[in-house]
Design a protein around this ligand. Structure first.
Ligand SMILES: Nc1ncnc2c1ncn2[C@@H]1O[C@H](COP(=O)(O)OP(=O)(O)OP(=O)(O)O)[C@@H](O)[C@H]1O
Ligand SMILES: [Mg+2]
Length: 318
């Protein structure tokens, strides 16, 4: 039986999936905590969908073991399926049916009682803001509407864990933002969300922890902050100074504990590993006392994209 005390929604212990001699997912070990919004980030072909397909019992791992909602993937598939919802990478509902009909059909598949289906359908179509389109054929919907309908379908049987495979790919910015907000709202109601994307900015914005996968392997795992520290990236301080010389640049470097200082014309760039809270004050004070006028003053964090490229390298994927 599943251990209700377990803090984990998912525990993967060395799961591997081979297609012939090709290894799509290679010895993946990780844990997702209950209630987490957990991201799988990786380039095309990294193995994200294959991982999701294994964890949702669509395909079997070639090796390894995993517990999903506390149940063994290989031995207790039906119990796993009853606790999870899936929003697949491509639209998997009937285009010729309306939202109401699609959800009714799913309710029959899940063998849910009709009263519960009616109640959930109304609730969910309101949550995903499709209630006024409940009787319109889904095939006529925009990409964003179809994805929101897929979310409603994934939630029909009140799962504990929702798997979302690149839910925002191909959507316009408004639909992407709406879907991200919806995902966060759902997560705040206690649903664990597994979210795959290759949009680093998106992962950075919404995921509490991120696993970076490449070539089937787990390359890095942590919060966005931890990943940025792990990859050893630095903050950038950009200053526009009306004048400077080598001595002044050396002083600025010392003052900020920078690892490097470079300049081009009036622009000076300092790279610091750890941003100290008093750095702005120290710099402005020093420059003021030395009669240097400051134009632009900009501090930027390392981006997850820099981490991603460090971890996954730059070569293009097939
Ligand atoms: N049924 C299959 N037969 C053979 N190879 C497969 C099969 N399914 C996936 N693969 C291969 O496994 C690798 C991982 O694919 P997967 O779809 O899991 O990647 P992904 O990270 O989801 O990529 P994307 O971002 O493009 O969706 C790819 O090289 C893919 O071609
Ligand atoms: Mg995929």
């Amino acid at each position: 039986m599943a251990n209700p005390q377990s803090p984990y929604a998912i525990e993967c212990m060395g799961i591997t999936r081979k297609f012939g001699s090709f290894t799509a997912v290679d010895n993946l070990t990780l844990r997702v905590k209950k209630g987490e919004l957990f991201g799988f980030l990786g380039p095309n072909g990294a193995g994200k969908t294959t991982t999701i397909n294994m964890l949702t019992t669509l395909i079997r791992p070639t090796e390894g073991k995993a517990l999903v909602a506390g149940f063994d993937l290989a031995e207790q598939g039906a119990l796993v399926r009853s606790r999870i919802g899936v929003v697949p990478q491509s639209f998997a509902l009937f285009e010729e049916l309306t939202p109401i009909e699609n959800l009714w059909y799913l309710g029959e598949l899940y063998e849910m009682d009709r009263q519960t289906v009616a109640k959930r359908t109304e609730e969910l179509l309101k949550i995903v803001t499709l209630y006024d389109k409940k009787d319109v054929q889904s095939g006529t919907f925009s990409g964003g509407m179809k994805q929101r309908l897929s979310v409603a379908a994934g939630l029909l049987h009140s799962p504990q864990i929702l798997f979302m495979d690149e839910p925002t790919t191909g959507l316009d910015p408004q639909s992407r933002i709406a879907l991200r907000e919806l995902t966060q709202q759902l997560n705040q109601t206690g649903i664990t969300v597994i979210y795959t994307t290759h949009d680093m900015d998106e992962a950075d914005k919404i995921c509490q922890r991120i696993a970076i996968m490449d070539h089937g392997k787990l390359k890095a795992l942590g919060t966005s902050k931890e990943l940025k520290e792990y990859a050893g990236h630095s903050h950038k301080i950009i200053l526009e100074l009306d004048h400077h010389d080598g001595k002044l640049l050396e002083e600025l470097k010392k003052l900020t504990d920078a690892i490097s200082v470079t300049s081009e014309g009036k622009m000076v760039e300092l790279r610091v590993k750890k941003l100290r809270h008093d750095v702005v004050h120290k710099l402005t004070d020093y420059l003021y006392r030395h009669d240097v006028e400051v134009g632009e003053f900009n501090i930027s964090e390392p981006t997850l994209e820099e981490v991603f490229i460090t971890v996954t390298k730059k070569e293009l994927r097939d």
